[in-house]
Write a protein that binds this ligand. Sequence first.
Ligand code: SF4
Length: 365
Amino acid sequence: MVTIPLSQTQPPTVPMGGSGAPPVLDVRGLTKRFPVGGMFNSKQVHALEDVSFTVDRGETMALVGESGSGKSTAARVIARLIAPSAGEIRLDGVDVLKSERQPSLAYRRRVQMIFQDPFGSLNPVHTIGHHLARPLEIHKKARGRREVRERVAELLTTVGLTPPDEVAAKYPHQLSGGQRQRVAIARALAVDPDVLLADEPISMLDVSIRMGVLNLMDRLKEERGIASLYITHDIASARYIGDRTTVMYAGRMVEGAPSTTLLDEPAHPYTRLLVSAVPNPRAGLAKRAIQVRGEVPSLLDPPPGCPFAPRCPHAMPICREMMPGIEMVGPRHWVRCHLYGPGGTTIGSPAGPATAGLATAGPAA
Ligand code: SF4
């Protein structure tokens, strides 16, 4: 194992990207703290701490974590809906926070976001055709009524909403949740983006239509070479669509690897907890989900060491005092945990069964 100092966690020191080509999106040391309590209170919510990753063209990077892990804040900061407290966002190598104080129209075009709630992201008083025509007109992707109409029909066909003329005349409430999310994807595609930020795009959809939306996103990534950041709390869907997966906990990245590696050989105790909770019909009743005790740390007053220490059954005294550095535990597989010590030493029993040292809970009878 190789020890990577904390100050060098971003690429190229850690080879997180896959193709070797310069990444489209390169995020370095991204930090977001929200002040609370007014002028006379210096307290801050540490929503995002030192987050660094890259996404290549035609690649999907999944960002996984529970509520409050900072994954959606990361997407909003990258979309420049909120300003970061520190860090860099590089688009094709250009540090956009330095080159433009306010996000330009070009940045808005190149980085598109798909939101969790497909109904909330569409204006109920406008037709689907209007929702798709507006970005085409604003970003000058089509001129004249005829060309706009043709492009709208093309977009609807691309996302599988046919007959396009009929769909374009409808209002959002006349479509199902899955159809509305397809419209949201079509709207994002209308401006030929380089980066797609999909924030829990399937979590509000019926299970029966989730797979269709995931397959659509995967196909578009392949066809258009878009760099995608897929944000989810569902590690199983991350494996399905993500070329790589990064796990976040309490505002920090704790583990990252190619998605199959991460699911098959999770190293961080928190990742093992997430993986153990994935339903596996073949394992049946023999499969037991890991159950941890303890509280999620307050983001208002985060503990000095590892944020997972209050819940981790492997916690050692050093875990409560010092933030672990990044260790490489396999090809393109890194982890931030004191179980993987400097100089290649292994402390504790990280390679043991996922349930080693952890309380288990069987499925409800
Ligand atoms: Fe558990 Fe310590 Fe690793 Fe944190 S650093 S996950 S507390 S063993």
